[in-house]
Design a protein around this ligand. Sequence first.
Ligand code: ADP
Length: 353
Amino acid sequence: MRKIYNYFRNTLQGKIIIYFFTTILLSNIITFFVVSPIINKMISKNGKNLILLLKEFHGIKFLILSISFIICVTSLCFISTIVVKEIKKITKAMNEVAEGNFDIYLQTKEKDEIAQLIFHFNEMTKKLKNTAYIQKDFVNNISHELKTPIASIQGFAKILKNNNLKDKDREEYINIIIDESKRLENLSSNILRISKLENQDVLENQSKFSLDENIRKSILLLQNKWIEKNIDFNLNLPKTYYYGDEELFIQVWTNIIENAIKFSNENTQIKINIEKSIDLIKVYIEDEGIGMTDEVKEYIFDKFYQEDNSRGSKGYGLGLAIVKRIVELSNGKIDVESEVNKGSRFIISLRMD
Ligand code: ADP
């Protein structure tokens, strides 16, 4: 019963049926209470004059049809005005969005299909607003991030020209220059990588490789970082063969595991599991780190997104965007579950075709 009520109350189709039903009911009521008494009156008045009666009867038929027609047209105009008014409102808002104004929120009290369209429109502008903000913010950040190491490289290089420097100081300044240039190199290679991945539709170098070995290799590449924090790995990696781009998958695991280490406290554990079914491989990477709020979770795969610098992140918000693109190009899927102060779990699902 409730379902039927919701159908007529909350769907455009249901509302149109109700309007038409009301129209037909109205014309019947008019026929029954207005036209029928007139006919009865005429029969009793005209008595046996059948020809006159038939003539007037045609007139009455015309009257009934005209009334029904007027009611139908009026109700159609009424329905279309409601629909067109809402669509005009959405079109106007769409034009604003096309001109770059994302600060728009459409109100609606209804629950029908147009209201759903309005709901999705509002969601879209909210996301566009965030993306625009993130990208604008990134441009500001990136110019700062580029200027800072370049200035310090220049500064220390100038100091190094001084012949009277102590060996200890000289070494310290050279190390700073090396670290800063590494950061610059990292940033530029990540920007190049994401733009290359975004411009390709298929992976070029595909072959059959051992996914478990691939993950082990990535863990080894990050050895310095997890040893420094005394992080323990709990691995459950059964032999798993997969057809894909081996090099790019190293990047996938490295980026996720590097984050897991970065956002974990010392002496914690990172669990990595492979689960296989007939046509699906699932890789779970789970840390006991600081976790994320639902809002952060929503944007972590967006390019240039970083929650904030207060949590000690030194990246540029490109790592997970690269991961997502590689997984998508491999026809896979990546999900994340997380709880603040409890940890995060990344789930990568890959199909075995
Ligand atoms: P970055 O290189 O800046 O870390 P990423 O794209 O790798 O960029 O990550 C984006 C953001 O996602 C991080 O700044 C952080 O807020 C969040 N994040 C990613 N992985 C984790 C994790 N394991 N635990 C908590 N937060 C994470």
